[in-house]
Design a protein around this ligand. Structure first.
Ligand code: HEC
Ligand code: HEC
Length: 665
């Protein structure tokens, strides 16, 4: 014990000489770290289990892709949507589209984007005309045999175009498949899973298996090179646009999100602010006052047809722990989206996958002018780039769900908060029922009542909150947000009023909260569930109706704080896990600058843990340990000799471990 305090004293005296801020300069340096930190085998496991499920569902004889309007690829807007079922083994294609107002929109094409060309269909790409949709009541259908075309042809896109026009000119409905599907098909047909990948092991193992389907985990390719490329694109690639990158709004050093406090640290010429200094982007691109004061970004969720009137203002969600929060619920609203992304769960264009999200994000946020013409105002990513960005995003953050049935916390207040979080009925239990676990199962984003695998949408009434900061600042530029879909909403917006359930292990350090940044503190977000806005909402009323005592969610002030304490503590534990993972990784890094910026990220995580605990008056002993861990990381970061650097990293890891021990019972 004594020795340790001596050490802390020594460390502290050093910090006086070397203040942290000099060593962890954000932006430029913080962009590179993840490029080298790709040791996690998490995606390999995800791929193996995906493959097993896929084979159980029929494998490549049954590849289903949704079709929809694509912000970025469609040349005209439509509310129609559909599904394509591909049998890649026997060469069969079935398509079904609903809601097509115009029978001229009828030609179904498959597109194989040739190397290095953008995801946009271009003249030099390969095309397969599958056939013409035939009207059948309110649907249009097609069933076609394409022989052995799939042997040579990689399906990058499926496009429905106008009669007599090829996908180069006309694209109305568009869809593509996910990274996992693409990898699987490549491995199965003996192709290299992605550029830069060593074919060796995969192909050798494939040869040994002959023509059997491939899903054994020893055939799983290493995703490392792909994640590396994805990180580079995410932080550095401007896609020939206005200078923004994905990292502009999703910076690594700030939990992949931005808020007014962070925005205030940026220089005025930061590309986040293009709407303030690029003449072509000064109107209808962003609302600068709402960006600076409330952290809101303009989204044309219903298309670019009426820029002056058709938009919503949304907070920037972090992009952490998305792997377990993408599977849509079987609630009849999912053809598309195939995956839930964005605040309303329909953020992605086309099939609605995380992979296609980047097409919409570039088109929305990167243009040089509001004409938004590809190859003029920006370039669209290539297929290889979409694959890499999806891999990188899946790799970020927590890969596993917590298990709240076994998690034991030492803080009495946080432990009670956990009980309230889980309790589901107002009668019969020993604590107040917060019912949070119903929708945020184990602190994630999935619905408990259907087994905890479905990421559902709900109308929780956030839009009905009075006095939202954005309205107080600039109500005229904050139109109602209708949430999911595009049906006219009684509130004046478009959508069915529902929003997608976000993960909340990562919430406490990523406020403000909800899709419109309407609540600043985590306790305020918990208290929202006591409000009339929530209890009168459709899902609030449902919870009342299924409760034995006929009560919705009704927590006293102490109980709100207890649930807040629980959210703070699980957030700190996740910060510590992440800091540990990053700092441990640095022990294998030789390059000084890389080590330094990675340690900067570990440092930022520890700092977040301190803030969320301190902010709730929680775990003073753990906070003390974490401050010492921070100091050790600072010193490690300025230590050039790896042997000594590792010593300081080990000291930091010990302190983090001690903090965890204080937090856990
Ligand atoms: C100007 C700011 C900005 C930029 C630049 C930006 N995003 Fe976002 N991002 C947002 C906002 C705002 C949302 C919420 C959108 C919504 O709800 O419709 C979002 C949502 C997301 C989501 C959904 C996260 C979730 O939890 O569902 C993903 C994934 C994402 N962005 C990826 C990207 C990628 C990839 C890029 C770069 C190609 C990018 N973003 C560039 C602001 C930005
Ligand atoms: C009926 C489902 C449901 C229940 C019950 C529920 N939530 Fe939520 N939660 C949601 C949805 C949907 C959102 C997104 C709402 C929006 O942004 O409009 C959300 C958002 C949140 C957020 C904001 C996250 C962020 O990153 O902005 C927090 C925090 C949160 N919930 C905590 C809780 C707590 C604590 C409870 C229990 C007291 C709870 N939730 C109960 C569905 C639910």
């Amino acid at each position: 014990m004594k020795k340790r305090y001596l050490l802390i004293a020594a460390l502290l005296s050093l910090t006086l000489v070397y203040p942290a801020s000099n060593y962890f300069t954000p932006s430029d340096e913080a962009v590179s770290p993840y490029i080298s930190m790709t040791k996690a085998d998490s995606l390999e496991y995800a791929f193996a289990s995906w493959s097993e499920r896929h084979v159980a569902n029929g494998g490549d004889k049954n590849v289903v892709m949704s079709l929809g309007w694509s912000k970025g690829l469609s040349v005209e807007h439509t509310y129609a949507k559909g599904k394509a079922r591909l049998d890649l083994i026997d060469g069969k294609v079935q398509v079904e589209v609903e809601g097509l107002a115009d029978s001229e929109i009828s030609e179904v094409w498959l597109v194989d984007n040739l190397n290095d060309s953008s995801v946009l269909p271009e003249t030099e790409d390969n095309y397969l005309h599958v056939g013409t949709l035939v009207s059948e009541g309110d649907r249009a259908v097609l069933s076609a045999d394409v022989g052995n075309a799939f042997g040579m042809f990689e399906v990058d896109l499926i496009v429905v175009s106008r009669a007599g026009q090829a996908p180069v000119e006309s694209r109305v409905l568009v869809g593509s498949s996910s990274l996992m599907q693409r990898m699987y098909t490549r491995v199965r047909s003996g192709r290299v899973p992605f550029e830069g990948q060593e074919p060796g092991t995969v192909l050798a193992a494939l040869g040994a298996l002959g023509t059997q389907p491939v899903f054994a985990s020893d055939l799983v390719p290493s995703f490392d090179p792909l994640i590396e490329q994805g990180a580079d694109l995410f932080f550095n690639e401007t896609f020939a646009g206005n200078g923004r990158t994905c990292g502009t709004c999703h910076p690594a050093e700030h939990n992949f999100t931005i808020d007014p406090e962070f925005i205030a640290t940026l220089p005025d010429d930061d590309p986040l602010f293009v709407a303030e200094f690029v003449p072509a982007l000064m109107s209808n691109f962003e609302k600068p006052e709402l960006m600076r004061k409330v952290g809101l970004i303009l989204e044309n969720t219903d298309g670019f047809g009426d820029l002056a009137n058709s938009f919503t203002m949304r907070g920037v969600p972090h992009t952490l722990a998305m792997g377990n929060a993408l599977t849509p619920g079987a609630d009849g609203t999912t053809t598309p989206p195939d995956e839930r992304t964005g605040w309303s769960g329909d953020g992605s264009p086309g099939s609605g996958t995380l992979r296609e999200f980047a097409i919409g994000a570039v088109t929305q946020h990167f243009p040089q002018t509001l004409g938004r013409t590809p190859n003029v105002d920006f370039r669209l990513p290539t297929d290889a780039e979409l694959d890499a960005m999806e891999a990188f995003q899946l790799f970020l953050g927590r890969q596993d769900e917590l298990d709240l049935s076994t998690l034991a916390l030492s803080s009495e207040v946080a432990a009670r908060g956990q009980e309230i979080f889980v309790a589901a009925d107002s009668v019969g239990g020993t604590v107040a029922a917060g019912k949070c676990n119903t929708c945020h199962f184990n602190g994630g984003a999935n619905f408990a009542l259907t087994g905890g695998f479905e990421n559902r949408n709900f109308n929780t009434g956030v839009e009905d909150l009075p006095d939202q900061p954005a309205d107080l600042v600039d109500a005229a530029n904050n139109p109602p947000d209708g949430g999911f879909g595009r049906v006219p909403n009684p509130n004046g917006g478009f959508g069915d009023g529902s929003f997608n359930t976000p993960v909340i292990v990562e919430a406490a350090d990523t406020g403000p909260f909800f899709h419109n940044n309407s609540v600043e503190t985590v306790e305020g977000a918990v208290a929202f569930y006591n409000s009339d806005a929530f209890n009168n909402s459709p899902i609030g009323q449902f919870l009342v109706s299924v409760d034995s005592g006929g009560v919705g969610i009704d927590l006293e002030a102490t109980q709100v704080v207890a649930v807040g304490a629980f959210l703070r503590v699980i957030n700190a534990l996740e910060n510590n896990r992440s800091a540990n993972e990053t700092a441990t990784f640095v022990k294998d890094v030789n390059d000084f600058a890389t080590a330094q910026s990675l340690l900067g990220l570990a440092f930022a995580e520890v700092e977040d843990a301190i803030e969320v605990l301190d902010g709730g008056g929680l775990h003073p002993a753990a906070v003390k340990d974490l401050k010492a861990a921070k100091t050790s990381l600072e010193i490690a970061a300025i230590t050039g000799i790896p042997f000594f650097r590792d010593l300081f990293i080990d000291i930091a890891l010990d302190f983090i471990e001690d903090a965890d021990q204080d937090i856990l019972a």
